[in-house]
Structures are given as C-alpha cells and as structure tokens.
Design a protein around this ligand. Structure first.
Ligand code: PLP
Length: 393
C-alpha cells in the first residue's frame, strides 16, 4: 500500500480495510498514525450525527456496558454530590449490576417498577426524586419487551426537581431505530453499542454533554480526551461509524419496513392459543416482538427453533447463558413459570416476509410439539388460561 492515502475522507474505509491495509495507531505522529486518527474522527462525526451531538461529545468505548459504567460511576463519584440513584427494575445488567456495586459502596438506589406493559410512570419518578439524587439512569427502550420509555418527560422532571442530578440514558436498543435527542431529553449521557446495528461486536460509544466533568474508568495514555485511555479499536470504530452512516441515511425507510415485518409476526404468532404479546402493543421498538407461551419452557423452544435455523432469545442475549426467568418479565408481574416460557425476536431490514412466515410456521409447530409432551398443558386445556392479566388482550 502506498502512503499517504485519503483515509480521512468520508467515502473510504471499512473495518476490513483497516484490519488488512491501514495499520496506523491514531496516537502516532507519523503519517500512518495521522491517517488512522483521521479515520477515527470521520467515524466520530457519523456517531455524533445520529446522536444529534457534537463530535467532541462522543467518546469511543469497548461496548455499551463500558459506556454505561463510565456514565454511572462518573456521575455518582463526583465530589460533594448526593448518594441517591434512581433507576428502573427492567434495566439491562450493564446498569443493574453497576448500581448494585454502588449500593455496596453506600449509595441508596430506588428501582422504579414497571406496569404490566413495561411502562415506567412519570409520577413514580417525580415522587422518587430527592434533594440528594445524584443520577437517574434508565433505558430508552427495553431490550426484552421492547417498550419505549418516556425519557423526554423524565429528563424534564429530573432537571426541575434536582437540577444538579445527571441523566444517563441507555440507548443501546434505540440506536438507529428511534430518533435520539439528547438536548430535548435533557440527557447528560447516552450509551450506544455497535453490535445491535451490524457493526462489529466489541465497540460502543458514550455521549457526554459538553461541559460535564467526570472521572474516567481507565487511566493510562489519555486517549479520547483523557476519558478512555488505551489504544483505540480503530477497526471497530470504523465499523461503528459506517454502520451508523448507513443506518442514519436509511432509518425512516428501514424502520417502516421492519415495523411491517414485526406486526406480521405478532399477528401470526398470536394465533397460537394461550400466547400473549409482552410489552406495549404500540409504543415499542420497531423490530422487537416478544411473547409468552403458556405451558412452555422457553429454553426448549429456543433450542428447537435453533435447530430450524431460527435465532431468538428468552432473556437478554447479552447475559451469559442464564436459565433464570427474565427479571424484566418477573418485574412486569408474570409468574415464574410463565416467565420461563418467553421468547423475543429482533427483526432487521435484512429480513423478509418469507422469513417471518417461516418463523411463524416453526414457532407454531414447536409450541404444539412441546405442549403435546407437557403434563401442564393437559391440565390447562381442560381449564382456564393461567394468565388472568392477559384475559382482555
Ligand atoms: N443495554 C442494553 C439495553 C442492551 O440490550 C445491551 C446488550 O445488548 C447492553 C446494554 C450492553 O451492551 P454491550 O453488549 O455492547 O456491552
């Protein structure tokens, strides 16, 4: 390869090119290093554009979890601030386990509880805010049931009642699916992750509102304006930038298409008896369909569907192989045995109507097969559905 090349232009670069041709370290002062730095800055502009932010407000991290840890620890360990955190019971483990850690260090945490559709109430938040509240951390949309949270109202109330408290939004599921508006939402931090939108796994980013001063999680060479030391994952960063650039240009068209697929899937799957949609039926992520099937073990369902070439999840795909029922489904009030029989499916613009019809056919078949083998099902079909909460859905 001849140097220099026009790596910093907006049109070139892919993560593969970076791994096979452009080996520069963005911190190096030679030409190849300066070019690598140009590539990183191009990607930063793409991330900033989709987050409606300035490039200087974007810090690259190794994943969504690191972005969230940086925001939560950073906000809570500011000197002279209070010791009260507000979050919700339906957060991803990246948030819940981080606030648990702070609880062990002496912070008090209020966990706002969802209703049966996964909504978190604005008035519950209003009541929870205290003069010593230091942070509100919540998701934009839930990764399991897909319900979108009212972050704009949350931000408004937080800043009115506790002006010094900071607001972190985990937008990992919302990236490139919902518009992201930090200023309108009064957000101080927004976490995103690459692998939800087709970028490589192991890359994330954190929006930090201009002027917000926090301590970093990692100390070292001072990369990322001192907020995230360590040599940058240039290939991952370029992959994230390019995935975002593509998604941003096509978001409206793609999401309208994906919504159509999701609704087709929901309509087809709900024809299976004793099957229920979880999450808000309307105000939900465009590509997320989530169900519970009475008298079914979620793991059996997932394994059999896997054999048929269908990938789905029971709990969070990002929590390693746990067989416990989902904390989200338990929080929305499902009994333990029903929460076990869950499945959620994420659809993307690469899916087709044929994929969805295949999925409906396989789910219908596998649910029937599993129920035919289940003693619980025999008892059920002679009686009532176990789930009173879904009676009128
Ligand atoms: N937050 C939510 C809502 C997620 O769905 C995930 C993972 O999918 C994460 C955080 C963690 O992101 P990462 O796997 O990049 O650490």
């Amino acid at each position: 390869t001849r140097w220099p090349r026009d790596w910093s232009s907006d049109v070139c670069s892919s993560d593969l090119q970076v791994m096979t041709e452009q080996f520069g370290n963005p911190s190096s002062v030679h030409k190849m290093g300066i070019e690598a730095s140009g590539i990183v800055e191009t990607a930063r502009r793409h991330v900033a554009a989709i987050l409606n932010a300035e490039p200087s407000e974007i810090t690259f991290t190794s994943c969504g979890t690191e972005a969230t840890n940086t925001a939560i620890f950073g906000a809570c360990r500011r000197r002279g601030q209070g010791k009260h955190i507000i979050t919700t019971a339906i957060e991803h483990a990246a948030t819940l386990n981080t606030v648990h850690k702070l609880e062990q260090e002496g912070f008090e945490v209020t966990y706002l509880q969802p209703d049966a559709d996964g909504h978190i109430s604005v008035s519950d938040l209003r009541e929870a805010i205290r003069p010593d509240t230091v942070l509100l951390t919540c998701m934009l949309a839930n990764n399991e049931v897909g319900t979108v949270l009212p972050v704009k109202e949350f931000g408004k109330i937080l800043k009115k009642k506790a002006p010094k408290a900071l607001f972190h939004i985990d937008a990992v599921q919302g990236l490139a699916r919902l518009p992201i508006k930090p200023k309108l939402w009064n957000a101080d931090f927004i976490s995103v992750s690459g692998h939800k939108i087709g970028a490589p796994k192991g890359i994330g980013a954190l929006y930090i509102k201009k002027g917000t001063r926090i301590a970093p999680l990692m100390y070292g060479g001072g990369q990322e304006r001192g907020l995230r030391s360590g040599t940058e994952n240039v290939a991952g960063i370029v992959g994230l930038g390019e995935a975002i650039r593509y998604a941003d240009e096509n978001m409206e068209k793609n999401m309208a298409y994906v919504k159509g697929l999701r609704d087709r899937l929901i309509e087809g799957v709900l024809k299976i008896p004793y099957t229920h949609l979880t999450g808000d039926p309307v105000n939900r992520l465009p590509g997320t369909a989530s169900f519970v099937f009475e008298a079914i073990e979620g793991e059996g369902l997932i394994l059999r569907l896997d054999n048929a070439g269908v990938c789905g999840s029971t709990g969070s795909a990002c929590s390693t192989g746990s067989l416990d029922p989902s904390h989200v489904l338990m929080a929305i009030g499902l009994p333990h045995e029903i929460a076990h029989g869950s499945k959620h499916k994420k659809l993307g613009e690469q899916n087709t109507e044929e994929d969805v019809d295949y999925l409906i056919e396989k789910i219908t078949y596998v649910v029937k097969t599993l129920r035919d083998m289940s003693p619980v099902w025999d008892e059920m079909i002679s009686g009532q559905p176990m789930l009173k909460m879904f009676d009128n859905k």
